[in-house]
Write a protein that binds this ligand. Structure first.
Ligand SMILES: Nc1nc2c(c(=O)[nH]1)N[C@H]1C(S)=C(S)[C@@H](COP(=O)(O)O)O[C@H]1N2
Ligand SMILES: [Mo]
Length: 263
C-alpha cells in the first residue's frame, strides 16, 4: 500500500476539511508525532486565548475532543506542590479591574447579614455557612496575579480560608473528581480536586492593601481565588459549593472555553 502523502503542517488558516483530513489520515510513527505536536499547539492556542475556535459544523466535535485531551494533559502536568508567583504590597494593581459577563451596573447585590453558603454533594456535613462562621476559620492571605483570557492581568491581595482546610472541615470526599460552584449571578464553574486542594487556592472574604471585605464588584461576599488558574475559573459571589463526580461544566466552559485552563 502506498504511503499517503503527509498533510502539510496545519497552520492557523487550516480549513476544517484539512484539520479533519489530518486527524483521520493513517500516519506512520514519525508523522504521528508531528501531528500530535500540531494538535497540542492548536489545543494550546485555544487554551491561551480561551477563544471558542469554531461553531462551524464538523470541526467543533474535533476541537472539543482536543480540548478534553488538553484537560487530561494539563491535569497530568499539574504539580500540586508548585506555587504560583507571589508579589509584594508595592506591586498591587489599584484599582483592581472589574470583569464579568455583564457591566458593573448589574453586579449582584448579596445581603451579608442573611448570607448562607450552601454545601452539597459528596460531603459529610451539609450545614450552611454564615459569613461569621467563615471568618472564624483560620485566615491566610496572598498577593498573586490574576490573568484574564481577555488579555489583561492584575496583581491583587486576597484573604480568607485555605480551600483545602474548608473541604476537610465539611468532610468532603477528597477523591471526588470535581468541585462545582454556583454564584449569585448566573455564573457557575467547576475545578479539579487537585487544584481545589492546592495550598494557594483560597476561599476569599477580603481583598486590597488592608484586606477589607470584598467590594460588591469584586465578588462580595465570597470568591474562590485560584492563582494557578485563569481568571474565569475564579468564581465570585459564591452561593453554593458541591463536591461531585458528575462533570458540572461552567458558564464559559460550556461555550467552548477549555475546562482545565491552568495559568
Ligand atoms: N460570579 C461571577 N464570577 C466571575 C465572573 C462572572 O461574570 N461572574 N467572571 C470571571 C472572569 S472572566 C474574571 S476575569 C474574573 C474577574 O474578577 P474581578 O472582577 O475581581 O476582576 O471573575 C471571574 N468570576
Ligand atoms: Mo476573565
Amino acid at each position: 500500500m502506498p504511503v499517503r502523502k503527509r498533510p502539510s503542517p496545519l497552520g492557523l488558516n487550516a480549513t476544517p476539511k484539512e484539520i479533519i483530513q489530518a486527524a483521520t489520515a493513517p500516519l506512520d510513527d514519525a508523522s504521528r508525532r508531528v501531528f500530535a505536536k500540531q494538535l497540542l499547539s492548536l489545543g494550546g492556542l485555544s487554551l491561551l486565548t480561551g477563544v471558542t475556535l469554531s461553531h462551524t459544523g464538523t470541526v467543533t466535535p474535533l476541537l472539543q475532543a482536543m480540548s478534553r485531551f488538553n484537560d487530561h494533559a494539563q491535569a497530568k502536568l499539574f504539580d500540586p506542590t508548585k506555587l504560583a508567583p507571589t508579589y509584594t504590597l508595592n506591586d498591587l494593581t489599584e484599582p483592581f479591574p472589574f470583569n464579568a459577563y455583564y457591566g458593573i451596573e448589574d453586579v449582584p447585590v448579596v445581603d451579608g447579614s442573611t448570607y448562607a453558603l450552601e454545601v452539597s454533594g459528596l460531603v459529610r456535613d451539609r450545614r450552611a455557612w454564615r459569613l461569621s462562621d467563615l471568618r472564624a476559620l483560620p485566615q491566610e492571605s496572598q498577593i498573586t496575579r490574576h490573568i484574564c483570557v481577555e488579555g489583561w492581568s492584575a496583581i491583587g491581595q486576597w484573604g480568607g480560608v485555605r480551600f483545602a482546610h474548608f473541604l476537610e472541615r465539611i468532610g468532603a470526599d477528597l477523591t471526588a473528581k470535581y468541585v462545582g460552584f454556583v454564584c449569585a449571578d448566573d455564573y457557575y464553574t467547576s475545578i479539579d480536586m487537585p487544584t481545589a486542594l492546592h495550598p494557594q487556592t483560597l476561599l476569599a472574604l477580603t481583598t486590597g492593601p488592608t484586606l477589607q471585605p470584598l467590594p460588591p464588584a469584586d465578588g462580595y461576599p465570597l470568591k474562590l481565588r485560584i492563582p494557578t488558574k485563569l481568571g474565569f475559573k475564579n468564581p465570585k459571589h459564591i452561593m453554593a459549593i458541591t463536591a461531585t463526580n458528575r462533570y458540572p461544566g461552567g458558564y464559559w466552559e460550556d461555550q467552548g472555553y477549555n475546562w482545565f485552563s491552568g495559568s
